[in-house]
Design a protein around this ligand. Structure first.
Ligand code: NAD
Length: 447
């Protein structure tokens, strides 16, 4: 039996269910990039809000590229289960917040209609770091731009657009990119966007590995029916949102969301510590033959580097924030050791060229300007450079070909200069890094 509204009676009694009447709720949110993370994070906060009596906040999910999530969720009437693993794991929970999923290439006008619907007030996004790069027909900006033009002409009010990807200042950056895109096409809508819409920045945190067939088999055994759209995650979750909305919003605080004036300090701590450590675990761990995060963090050659990267290299660079950062580092190491939630290093290793600037280079830059070294980050950077050589295995990165060509022309030591030197590929990137080139090329030349 497969999960759907018709088989709820067969669901194990231990599974928590929504308290609200789904059929009585309209969609108030469109989410673009309905991968595992959204289903285990923002959709759960929205479900919490509606469990707490909040109004019409069901979610229309949009896949910009492949129909896979649609094909998982549509036969299940949008229902799926959230399955926590590891310390403090709660019982499985049925999430009712996702009402339907649209596949943009199949039905582009339905995506624009959904975003232009006057009952929709919020568009959230998790399209990965590289999802923000594409412009033009069929891109994120194209759908949103058309929907904003229609909202303006029909007077249906501004939208709050929230990027939930791991990018620094994600709201400001998205707003700037969308503003520029609109400006090039339609100056009236561009102006209307500036005055009527809001793009608050957010810090999102919950470790959500890709769901595997083993996970789906485990979930079926526990809940009593098959759930092709199940997500597995840890108990921990955090969402800090800049309190700047263009219109109404769900009471996400019901799920513990924090609304603050400025998220930048939270965002920097999370990117440089959690994400910085994750990427280091990926390249150092893969080089030593590990498959999962919990194996890499148990490796005595790697663990001290990760502790150092967070505590001694990242923490001093961070602006003060309402968090004890050394305790945060300890808590992160605990979360990485969660063997009940196997998280593939390969998943984290992908798209390194899009992740490394915000995860590592700001920290390196801060120390370089003070003539201080970062041995842990430099070791991780050397491991990434070796990783992208790509000999004999696929490097999943939008810059993979460029990196392989640089390797071929510059060799092992030269590639550091080609990437991070004064005329380097990263120079025009989001931070202007002064990487410790001497230490890095020294490491690369050392064997
Ligand atoms: P996923 O692979 O399950 O989903 C990614 C989504 O992005 C899919 O809908 C995919 O179609 C879309 N996408 C990928 N490349 C795209 C492109 N070039 N253009 C447009 N859309 C594209 O991944 P996920 O686990 O859901 O994570 C998505 C994002 O969420 C991450 O990249 C990250 O920024 C953020 N995030 C994830 C986690 C996590 O633990 N998984 C934690 C914090 C933040």
């Amino acid at each position: 039996q497969r999960l759907s509204r018709d088989v709820l009676a067969q669901l194990a009694p231990s599974v928590h269910r929504p308290d609200y009447d789904r059929d009585a709720k309209a969609c108030g949110i469109v989410h673009v990039g309905i991968g595992a993370f959204h289903r285990a994070h923002q959709a759960v906060y929205t479900d919490d809000a509606m469990n707490g009596g909040d109004g019409n906040w069901c979610i229309t999910g949009v896949s910009l590229r492949s129909p896979d999530v649609h094909d998982q969720l549509a036969p299940q009437d949008g229902l799926y289960t959230l399955n926590e693993r590891g310390p403090n794991a709660a019982a499985p929970r049925l999430i009712g917040a996702v009402r339907r999923v649209l596949v943009a290439p199949r039905d582009p006008s339905a995506v624009v209609d959904a975003m232009a619907d006057p009952g929709v007030h919020i568009v959230t996004l998790t399209v990965t770091e590289k999802g923000y790069l594409a412009r033009g027909e069929g891109s994120l900006y194209d759908y949103i731009g058309k929907a904003l033009a229609r909202r303006r002409s029909q007077g249906s009010g501004g939208l709050t657009l929230i990027s939930c990807d791991n990018l620094p200042h994600n709201g400001e950056r998205f707003s700037a990119a969308l503003g520029e895109y609109l400006e090039s096409l339609d100056a009236d809508t561009a102006r209307w966007f500036q005055t009527e819409c809001a793009c608050p920045s957010t810090m999102v945190d919950r470790i959500v590995p890709m769901t595997t067939d083993t996970d789906r088999a485990d979930v079926a055994r526990t809940i009593g029916v098959r759930d092709e759209a199940a997500v597995v995650t840890e108990h921990f979750h955090q969402w800090v949102i800049e309190d700047r909305f263009a219109g109404p919003r769900p009471r996400w605080e019901a799920g513990g969301a924090q609304f603050v004036r400025d998220v930048r300090a939270y965002e920097a701590a999370k990117l440089r510590m959690l994400n910085g450590a994750h990427s280091a675990l990926a390249y150092l761990g893969l080089a030593r033959g590990h498959e999962y995060v919990h194996q890499a963090i148990a490796d005595p050659q790697i663990a001290p580097l990760i502790a150092r990267l967070m505590r001694e290299e990242a923490v001093p660079t961070l602006p003060s924030v309402d968090m004890d950062l050394l305790r945060y580092a300890d808590a992160l190491i605990e979360r990485f050791t969660n063997a009940a939630l196997p998280h593939r290093l390969r998943q984290i290793a992908m798209d390194g060229s899009q992740k490394i600037p915000q995860r590592w280079l700001a920290t390196l830059d801060w120390h370089s300007r003070r003539n201080q070294r970062c041995p842990a980050l430099i070791t991780a950077l050397a491991a990434w450079i070796d990783y992208v050589r790509g000999e004999g295995r696929l490097v999943d990165d939008p810059m993979a070909d460029a990196l392989a060509a640089l390797w071929a022309s510059e060799g092992r030591g030269g590639i550091a200069r080609a990437l991070f030197g004064p005329q380097g590929r990263f120079e025009a990137s989001w931070v202007a890094p002064e990487v410790d080139l001497q230490a890095l090329t020294g490491l690369l030349d050392s064997d």
